[in-house]
Design a binder for this molecule. Structure first.
Ligand code: SF4
Length: 126
């Protein structure tokens, strides 16, 4: 937590968030904003996506002096792989939302006749 009072208006556009941030500050509760400040400045390699930790030969950091990782991957490959992994991780982390949406769609009246038809066919053929 920082010593000086922060400008909560710069942290969010929402008034309810401002109120919560002010209360957290008054109560001495650490927020993501405090942790962000503790992590600043961020590692330039990580921030630009040219740090690779995929295998145990690394971590490799791409720079002018060392343009390739131990395996031969260049900056483009490492950035692309990192990006793909971020997407896959994010999608996996939120797959429950997709499941919930699917369950809601299955409850739609238009979806029911299809389900009933499939179940009926299975019973007939078994
Ligand atoms: S750049 Fe290659 S060698 Fe280095 S950590 Fe990534 S995968 Fe391993």
């Amino acid at each position: 937590m920082t010593e000086e009072t922060r400008n909560v208006e710069e942290m969010s556009i929402w008034e309810d968030a401002h109120q919560m941030l002010r209360k957290a500050e008054r109560d001495g509760i650490e927020t993501a904003w405090d942790r962000l400040e503790q992590q600043t400045p961020h590692c330039k390699f990580g921030e630009s996506g040219v740090c690779c930790r995929i295998c145990t030969m690394g971590p490799c950091r791409i720079s002018k002096k060392a343009p390739l990782g131990v395996c031969g991957a260049d900056a483009d490959v490492i950035v692309a792989r990192n990006f793909g992994r971020f997407l896959a991780g994010g999608a996996a982390g939120h797959s429950d939302h997709g499941l919930t949406a699917s369950k809601h769609f299955m409850r739609l009246p238009m979806a029911r006749p299809r389900i009933i038809t499939l179940k009926t066919k299975r019973r007939c053929c078994a």
